[in-house]
Ligand binder design. Structure first.
Ligand SMILES: [Zn+2]
Length: 137
């Protein structure tokens, strides 16, 4: 149930940020989810909805927007960067299905499009983060 843990940590972080900014209420939280983050978005949204109810007035009328962030990869040999969605277009259906469930599979199938090296890293679009908080003082 890591969606619940993630949802809780996002809301706790939002409340801490609101505290620092001296916001009385939070009106909007934007959350970015990396393409390569393994998460069931339905469960995550449900968890956010349930947890915010128990967090008091600050989150009572908050709007939560979830944005998918594109993942970027970088070749360690030639420094070339490319996006995960470009890479996905070149995979067959079975491969892209399995990457959806196990992002690490991407590493097995993928090569740098420029030099062919299998040695690359994910530089963006992994993990869950708060991208923006709006509120009223
Ligand atoms: Zn390369």
């Amino acid at each position: 149930m890591h969606e619940w843990a993630l949802a809780e940590s996002i809301l706790v972080a939002a409340l801490e940020a609101a505290e620092k900014e001296k916001l009385k209420i939070i009106t909007e939280i934007k959350i970015g989810i990396g393409e390569l983050q393994q998460i069931e978005q339905d469960i995550f949204e449900f968890a956010l909805g349930e947890i915010k109810k128990s967090q008091g007035d600050k989150l009572k009328n908050v709007k939560i927007k979830i944005i998918t962030e594109e993942s970027t990869l970088r070749c360690k040999s030639c420094e070339h960067t490319w996006s995960f969605s470009d890479m996905k277009k070149k995979l067959n259906e079975d491969e892209s299905e399995s990457i959806h469930f196990i992002p690490e599979v991407a590493f097995v199938h993928a090569r740098c499009p420029k030099c062919g090296s299998p040695d690359f890293e994910i530089t963006a679009g992994r993990g869950v983060s708060i991208t923006q908080i709006k509120g009223e003082k």
